[in-house]
Design a protein around this ligand. Structure first.
Ligand code: SF4
Length: 483
């Protein structure tokens, strides 16, 4: 932990104790270090952030970029060419760890070409002591290491590194506080993620998140509303409310507030056109939430509702607190109340002890619910989680066979669901020029389905009406319609 006692004499007396004032102090101080650094480089110092994992990490990376740009770093093209390189890591699945080590190995070989490069690692993997020990031992080129609970301290850590010239490690075992008003740089000017809670209390038996992101903490509603109001003043028309389990939002606040109550308040913000949220744990999805989605057209017609398994036996072993039957009842209730709602899900295949009959139950749920989309994963064993110690770990080859069955069922269901919209006229928020054809732009429906329509750059960030004319399975080609 850095408390100022490591700083030199000129730095120490004025360091504010309160946040975020303290971090703004360090952002100012860092400007001096940055100009020395840029002089040595003989060009304005650039940065690049590589983000692994989920939307929470993506949002954290926007804050890291905001801090770096406030200091004066300019965006770089790639991790190979930038001067300050950050990897915001993930540890939910083993392949994200392996990809990180591969990238670090590559940069190690490049050290002689770019000896002044600064490399920083942060995020979930850094909350695991064994991973940090490995990095310290095998990757001496890593200069700054920090975790999930002190993302906001990047400027302070950069100052310490610049002053000491040796590696800085600052990992907090638990979150000490929620720090508001840290600058951020948005990837899209017209939409933004907004954290409403951090951490998770659910301890699903396969999941590392509660251990690396800590216990659930909700932001005060007034801070969330103020952030969204400011974003809308700055051109944002769509927000994605982020939490590991948004449905349990507000429980720990001194004046508890429910998630549906928060949504009702947010829906009042006039300039805001669309509200999305993720992730919804099925066990906490209330009737009130169903009503609030149904009654507020600004709330997008898309719900991500992780199933994980369709077998009640496996769900118990996963510590998910719902059954096949209760999940099906909930999904049917949603379909009945809000027929146009797209329901997407996550499914894990190959959880310890899973048999072919369990996968048959998962297939049955897929066929009954007809998911609009699904992320399907093969179970990845995470050290120190209860599932890692369970008997009957499923061999990878067996999981792959079951995975293919699940994948083809979800693809068939989502193709059928998408096709139901053919010929309808819907609103599309245009996000970018199409990757495939520069005379087209790409955007998303309220249901989150991608649509490509003819048009140019001037449409980006606007909502247009389009006839969904050609369904290509997971996206549409549309024709613009005047409103
Ligand atoms: S709800 Fe379960 S799967 Fe989601 S973050 Fe919490 S522990 Fe992990």
């Amino acid at each position: 932990m850095i408390d100022g006692k490591n700083m030199n004499e000129e730095m120490r007396p004025e360091i504010p104790e309160r946040e975020p004032e303290r971090q703004y102090y360090f952002m100012e101080l860092a400007k001096g270090f940055l100009s020395e650094y840029s002089e040595r480089l003989k060009h304005p110092a650039t940065y690049h952030i590589t983000t692994f994992g989920c939307q929470m990490n993506a949002r954290d990376s926007e804050k890291l970029a905001g801090i770096l740009e406030t200091i004066g770093f300019v965006p770089g093209q790639s991790e190979e060419t930038a001067d300050f390189v950050i990897f915001n890591t993930c540890t939910v699945r083993d392949n994200a760890d392996q990809r990180l080590y591969g990238r670090l190995g590559h940069l190690k070989g490049e050290r002689y070409r770019h000896p002044e490069r600064i490399i920083a690692l942060c995020g979930c993997l850094m909350q695991e002591p064994t991973a940090v020990a490995r990095i310290k031992k095998s990757y001496p080129q890593v200069d700054i290491i920090f975790g999930t609970h002190n993302i906001y301290k990047l400027a302070e850590l950069f100052c310490l590194y610049a002053q000491e010239g040796s590696r800085v490690t600052d990992i907090l075992p638990e979150a000490e506080r929620i720090v508001e008003d840290i600058p951020s740089v948005r990837k899209y000017p017209f939409k933004s993620g907004v954290n409403i809670s951090f951490g998770c209390d659910n301890f699903c038996s396969y999941c590392i998140v509660p251990y690396v992101r800590g216990r659930e903490r909700s932001r005060e509603p007034k801070d969330i509303l103020r952030e969204i109001e400011r974003l809308t003043e700055d051109g944002v028309i769509e927000v994605m409310l982020l939490g590991q389990n948004v449905n349990s939002y507000g429980k720990g606040l001194s004046d508890p507030v429910t998630f549906p109550a928060l949504l009702r308040e947010i829906a009042q913000i006039e300039k805001l056109k669309r509200i999305r949220f993720m992730t919804s744990h099925p066990k906490d999805l209330s009737e009130d939430l169903i009503r609030v989605i149904r009654d507020h057209p600004k709330i997008c017609r898309h719900l991500h509702l992780p199933l994980q398994s369709g077998s009640s036996r496996i769900l118990t072993a996963m510590n998910r607190h719902y059954t096949k039957e209760s999940y099906l009842a909930l999904a049917m209730r949603l379909r009945q109340e809000i027929p146009e709602l797209a329901i997407t899900t996550d499914i894990i295949v190959g959880f310890p002890g899973e048999t072919e009959a369990d996968v048959d139950d998962t297939l049955d749920v897929i066929r009954q619910v007809q998911f609009d989309g699904a992320f399907t994963f093969i179970y990845s064993k995470r050290a120190n989680t209860p599932a890692a110690e369970m008997p009957d770990q499923v061999p990878k080859e067996e999981s792959r066979v079951q995975f293919d069955r699940v994948l083809s069922a979800v693809q068939e269901a989502s193709r059928e669901r998408a096709a139901l919209r053919t010929g309808k006229i819907e609103e599309v928020l245009i996000e970018e020029i199409s990757d495939h054809d520069p005379s087209y732009v790409s955007g998303r429906l309220s249901s989150n389905l991608v649509v490509h329509v003819p048009g140019g750059e001037e449409l980006i960030g606007t909502i247009v009406r389009a006839r969904l004319s050609e369904c290509h399975g997971f996206y549409y080609i549309g024709e613009r319609r005047e409103s």
